[in-house]
Write a protein that binds this ligand. Structure first.
Ligand code: NAD
Ligand code: ZN
Length: 254
């Protein structure tokens, strides 16, 4: 059912949250747009300007690695200071109240952690862009270190000083395998919850998009909060086509 207006949406969402014993929020890029970080699929979004670089290209070509890191540093300059928005704060409030055990997120921007959810309770399906790692020996590298090497070498992506492997930000690219532990934990939470709220995701990136379905099939109620329609709207118990910050701000505990 699509909520007819913002007021009704908030009332119905509030009711569903109150009667639920375990709420699992699942977030996508849309929760961070009010923080100034553009999403991929809204008109004018990131992909209209930057074709994604698949994992096999990253592995195969120095030029692709250089370009990947050039983009990463540009992002740092534009969005490095982003702070959690109303959506993040509302979810952190549900977490503090004990309503939600954590969040499942497709985002890589670390804003759920900044909003006060413990690292351990942010299940990142696509990794985190705030640090980097060697693809061969898994040594961790900080972004400023990579940037310093990159600049010193005339815009060339550095390899791992320890083993010579390629260094990549700790995110999951297209064509890269999904992280095992977060996938398993997301599956468990989706099965265990009785209310699953998908927020700010176009629900087209698989396998992440499978979790709302898993939750619904396991008997949970499903709410979708997204400005644009998604393919799963028909399955949802409640569809909120409103701005995320507007819809979730009443749930921020002060
Ligand atoms: P998406 O770009 O495919 O979809 C975002 C959805 O959010 C859109 O349908 C849009 O209508 C909606 N939206 C945007 N702002 C909104 C607002 N203020 N209120 C209501 N709805 C709003 O995002 P996705 O489904 O997360 O898939 C993109 C992939 O790219 C993700 O897997 C993620 O890894 C990555 N990504 C991450 C970030 C980030 O970390 N902030 C940003 C861009 C992309
Ligand atoms: Zn290494």
């Amino acid at each position: 059912m699509i909520a007819p207006d913002l007021k009704t949406a908030i009332a119905q969402l509030g009711e569903l949250i109150e009667v639920a014993s375990m709420v699992v929020p699942f977030t996508g890029a849309g929760i961070s747009t009010e923080c100034g970080i553009p999403d991929f699929r809204s008109p004018g979004g990131y992909w209209t300007k930057n074709r994604p670089i698949p994992f096999d290209e990253f592995l195969a070509s120095q030029e692709a690695r250089d370009e990947t890191w050039r983009r990463r540093f540009a992002i740092q300059d534009q969005f490095g200071g982003a702070q959690p928005g109303r959506g993040h704060r509302a979810l952190a409030s549900l977490y503090r109240r004990g309503k939600a055990p954590g969040v499942i997120t497709q985002n890589i921007d670390n804003l759920h952690q900044t909003s006060g959810i413990a690292d351990d309770h942010v299940i990142e399906l696509h990794g985190n862009t705030m640090f980097a790692a060697c693809l061969d020996c898994a040594a961790r590298y900080e972004i400023p270190w990579v940037r310093q090497r990159f600049d010193a070498d005339g815009g060339r992506a550095p390899d791992c000083p320890a083993c010579g492997g390629h260094i990549k930000s700790a995110t999951i690219s297209f064509g890269q395998s999904m992280p095992e532990v977060p996938m398993r934990r997301a599956e468990e939470l989706s099965r265990a919850c009785d209310l699953f709220i998908a927020i700010g995701s176009s629900l087209v990136v698989w396998p992440a998009a499978g979790f709302p379905l898993t939750a619904k099939r396991s008997g949970a109620r499903l709410v979708i909060v997204n400005r644009e329609p998604t393919e799963f709207d028909e399955l949802a118990d409640l569809v909120v086509r409103e701005d995320i910050g507007d819809a979730l701000s009443p749930f921020i505990a002060h």
